[in-house]
Design a protein around this ligand. Structure first.
Ligand code: RAM
Length: 919
């Protein structure tokens, strides 16, 4: 294709004038077309005012975009010339991401086709891109003709491990007959609970525990499936398994809520278009039948699943099944108080399969070790005898005597049972629960067989996003830290950002989320994941502006905490910096304002009375408290100022000048009050002097210019007093690298990061960690487990350091929101001799990879099209800089901006560069 166009262009060049030739030059088309938060050709899409993004190809001759044209139509054959929904016309701009749709209003079910072309820096025009498409889901409750259905699962009064009411999983089915052939079929479905749907004996999808977890009293997400290929002409059968999930399980700690959870319900709307053009709908209604006498007896997120193969109902999702003993079901109308909206991020899926690394058997009990702490379920292929019950237990770690360490699961039983109906190898995996574990223990199998590794496979489950960046270095422990961060992400992005995946929490703790969000954005494509959860944050905000501890709010305790509720200002802002899409700011601006107002309401003379978790889990607290030594009032006031500042910045980015002035003034006033109350000449006064108190003051810009240097000195003293170790908890830790870096103390930050002794990141690695731990001392080889049972071994918060590893060790940071301009500024230090990162930005892949070879520093940089990069190369600038093997002279691709004592600073256009400097 390209060649053909090139050929034409060449031909034209020979025969036509130069101007005419320019008109003919056609360059390769735009790639990676996505809509809104990065969706590729989605079905059942949520956004009727989407934005469009594309990437320019990596090609000689494509440096930047000078214009674009987008065409949007209701059928593909109308493109590109007869776009009936929108033709943007030629827009003279370099904007290639987040271009808002401005065409005809779109509606539920609508199919939309689009393509784009661009003009490069020389006004050469590209070919049209391939045609991409999306189809909207059911956007409003009035689209639903179906009813909620379900059995009364309360009447059995079955109680669980904590006297919580257990709703037995239910099986719902319906047969229907079609007299015509189907041209297209869409299934719209969701549950108050979690579901698994089959049609004519086929699984409709491999989604895990859909629809996921939102503030169910406000909004339940709906899922759309294309089931055209599953529908037969003639007789058909639908089968839906429905379990309690997050909706009707014992989530959180409020016992009084579990004793009377609402019965699970399901809603189903199958819309069929027949080959003759007629339409038909199959709905959940009173014609369905149900039973709770199926094989899955109990499913509970914390406690696990119980399965009895004797109760299997072969073919129950096919036409060959008799349901006359099944009950009729209850129906409930769709009301307007709970919004039904298409899911706005991806469902959880099985993403990785881990093989067992080691099996140890003793007295009929076999322990399978994955040598990696993971989250999901086991796939079991185990020999059993009829009537045996297999007991399946989990642990993150073994106690020194080889027994399972499960104290840290607290009340979560995390145990599955499988009863065999015949002799032979069973194949089974739990369906409506998940576990956090490294070890699986089996007992109750056929002990005449020797356990082997293939009995258990670890199915790693998380929201279906792709990994988006890589980081590696010459240091094994730093690489292990990177791996632990990524496993923390895989383990705690289970539809919502969870604090931990294994004990009786697994909740959307807000501080954990805000400290880890930036690191997550480097490692995975999680913009839609965060945007979706931020919607839940907004929906969970109380009328007075308070943002709860966890989202969705299952604690219902009306309590707030500084540094926790501030997730509502910090996450949108930090994501905006990495993505450049103002939508995340627009969507969260009101929530931010409400939260700042709430902050204000708990102050006296701008000094905060907001307390709570403070610098949570600070190591070696003098007061012995999990909340650390830093003053709560100091922390509250610092976050009040910081949230006001981020709200001001947001207002500015959104062009809201008046709001900017207002929030900026609040920020300044609070900062002033903060300094007067807690500092004197840059030294903490009146409250405990801690690393975190200085970090907050410096990171959030709360001190007057003349006192900053002093404050930094006092911080350095506190760090020196701790023998150059950190003394920071959840709130202080992410600020450590930021402050030490921005104040020129990078050597010290390296020292702290590469510390091997407690407390440090490598300490846990030296103790065998394969994930990030909740505490700096969750476990040690010498002293064993931390005595507190609040001791998760998979808690991503301290993985926040991943942000600095990418931005400074490897050296990739956004200089302008969304990496339109990129800062490549690695800071190579001992003990590293090399480090490398790559990141898929909205514009394409950025690479920064360096290596020290003797006195030489080599830097490989890739800058994607339509961006520019400021590249800082450490060097002895008296000596030559070499670019791609030749002495660097500077040209319009790479231009010298500055050379200083520390190195060269260059402005670099898109392309691939290998620099060599002398150190
Ligand atoms: C713990 C959670 C979470 C933390 C809160 C304060 O129970 O696991 O990590 O944010 O407490």
């Amino acid at each position: 294709m390209n060649l053909k166009y090139f050929g034409c262009a060449l031909f034209a060049c020979v025969f036509l004038s130069f101007t005419a030739c320019k008109e003919q030059v056609t360059i390769a088309e735009a790639q990676k077309l996505t809509i809104s938060e990065g969706f590729e050709n989605p079905l059942g899409f949520y956004d009727k005012t989407p934005s469009f993004s594309w990437q320019l190809p990596v090609l000689e001759g494509v440096l930047s975009q000078s214009a674009y044209q987008i065409v949007v139509a209701s059928t593909p054959d109308l493109l590109p010339d007869n776009a009936d929904l929108w033709d943007s016309g030629k827009q003279m701009t370099d904007q290639s991401v987040w271009v808002k749709y401005e065409g005809k209003p779109l509606e539920s079910r609508q199919k939309v086709y689009w393509q784009v072309k661009y003009w490069n820096q020389d006004e050469d025009v590209s070919q049209w891109s391939t045609v991409n498409h999306f189809e909207l889901g059911l956007l409003s409750n009035s689209d639903w003709k179906a009813k909620w259905i379900g059995l009364d699962t309360k009447k059995e009064k079955l109680l669980g491990s904590q006297e919580n009411i257990i709703h037995r999983p239910q099986y719902l089915r319906k047969g229907f007959e079609l007299s015509n052939d189907v041209a297209s079929a869409r299934l719209y479905i969701t549950a108050k609970g979690v579901f698994d749907v089959s049609i004519n004996g086929e699984d409709v999808s491999d989604d895990v525990m859909p629809p996921g977890y939102t503030p169910y009293k406000e909004r339940i997400e709906t899922i759309t499936y294309d089931v055209t290929d599953l529908i037969e002409s003639g007789q058909n059968t639908i089968g839906v398994e429905l379990a309690a999930g997050w909706h009707s399980g014992r989530l959180g700690w409020k016992k009084e809520l579990w004793v009377d959870t609402e019965t699970p319900k399901m809603i189903f709307q199958l819309e069929l278009t027949m080959k003759d053009g007629s339409t038909e709908m199959i709905l959940s209604d009173d014609t369905w039948k149900g039973t709770t006498n199926g094989p899955t007896r109990i499913s509970e997120i914390y406690d696990g699943e119980t399965y009895d193969a004797n109760l299997e109902m072969p073919n129950w999702t096919t036409n060959n099944f008799d349901d006359k003993t099944w009950e009729s079901i209850n129906t409930f109308p769709v009301t307007n108080d709970i919004r039904l909206e298409p899911k706005r991020h991806t469902t959880v899926k099985t993403k990785i399969e881990l093989a067992t690394q080691e099996v140890v058997e003793k007295g009929g009990v076999a322990v399978f070790d994955f040598q990696q702490n993971m989250v999901g379920v086991p796939l079991l292929k185990v020999p059993m005898k009829k009537g045996q019950t297999l007991k399946i237990r989990f642990a993150e770690k073994l106690s020194p005597d080889g027994t399972f360490y499960i104290e840290n699961y607290r009340s979560a039983q995390s145990t599955n049972y499988y009863t065999a109906s015949k002799d032979g190898v069973i194949e089974w995996m739990p369906k409506f629960t998940f576990h956090g574990f490294q070890y699986v223990e089996l007992s109750g199998y056929d002990t005449s067989k020797t356990p082997s590794k293939d009995w258990v496979t670890g199915l790693v489950q998380y929201s279906d996003f792709e990994e988006n960046g890589t980081f590696t270095s010459s240091h094994e422990k730093l690489n292990q830290l990177q791996s632990n961060i990524v496993w923390g992400l895989r383990g705690n992005f289970f539809d919502i950002p969870t604090d931990c995946p294994q004990r009786d929490e697994r909740m959307g703790w807000t501080a954990d989320a805000q400290v880890f969000a930036p690191a997550s954005m480097f490692n995975a494509d999680v913009y839609k994941f965060w945007a979706s959860w931020m919607q839940s944050v907004g929906e969970s905000q109380y009328d007075n502006g308070a943002v709860p501890w966890v989202v969705p709010d299952v604690l219902f305790n009306n309590k707030v905490s500084a540094g926790w509720g501030d997730a509502c200002t910090i996450i949108p802002w930090k994501i905006y910096l990495r993505i450049g899409d103002k939508k995340i700011l627009e969507e969260n601006f009101e929530t931010m304002k409400g939260w700042v107002k709430y902050h204000e309401s708990v102050t006296k003379n701008y000094i905060s009375k907001m307390g709570f978790f403070a610098d949570w889990l600070q190591p070696l607290p003098e007061n012995g408290d999990n909340r650390g030594d830093t003053s709560k009032s100091l922390i509250g006031t610092a976050f009040f100022a910081h949230s006001a500042n981020l709200t001001a910045k947001t207002a500015k980015a959104l062009g809201k000048t008046e709001a900017f002035e207002k929030y900026n003034a609040i920020y300044k006033t609070v900062a002033n009050a903060f300094e007067n109350k807690f500092f004197e000449n840059g030294k903490v006064k009146g409250v405990a002097e801690t690393q975190t108190s200085y970090l907050l003051a410096l990171a959030f810009g709360l001190l007057s210019e003349e006192h900053k240097a002093n404050a930094k000195q006092h911080l350095l003293e506190k760090i020196a007093e701790a023998d150059n170790h950190l003394r920071t908890g959840f709130l202080g830790t992410p600020l450590l690298s930021e402050v030490l870096d921005s104040t020129g103390e990078i050597d010290l930050m390296y020292k702290i990061l590469f510390n091997e002794t407690y407390p440090s990141w490598f300490y846990s690695i030296n103790q065998g960690a394969t994930t990030i731990w909740e505490r700096w001392n969750s476990y040690s080889k010498k002293d064993g487990f931390n005595p507190q049972n609040m001791n998760s071994l998979n808690h991503y918060a301290y993985g926040a350091i991943g942000e600095w590893m990418y931005e400074r060790i490897a050296g990739i940071a956004p200089l302008e929101a969304g990496y339109k301009t990129i800062r490549i500024a690695p800071v190579p230090k001992e003990p590293l001799t090399s480090a490398a990162a790559s990141l898929n930005t909205p514009y394409g892949k950025v690479v920064s990879s360096w290596e020290i070879k003797g006195s030489k520093f080599e830097l490989h940089v890739v800058v994607p099209p339509n961006t520019t990069a400021k590249v800082t190369i450490p060097a002895n600038t008296a000596k030559d800089l070499v670019l791609n093997g030749e002495a660097f002279k500077g040209d319009n691709r790479a231009e010298l901006l500055n050379s200083s004592a520390s190195g060269f600073e260059l402005l670099v256009q898109p392309g691939d560069y290998k620099f060599t400097s002398q150190l």
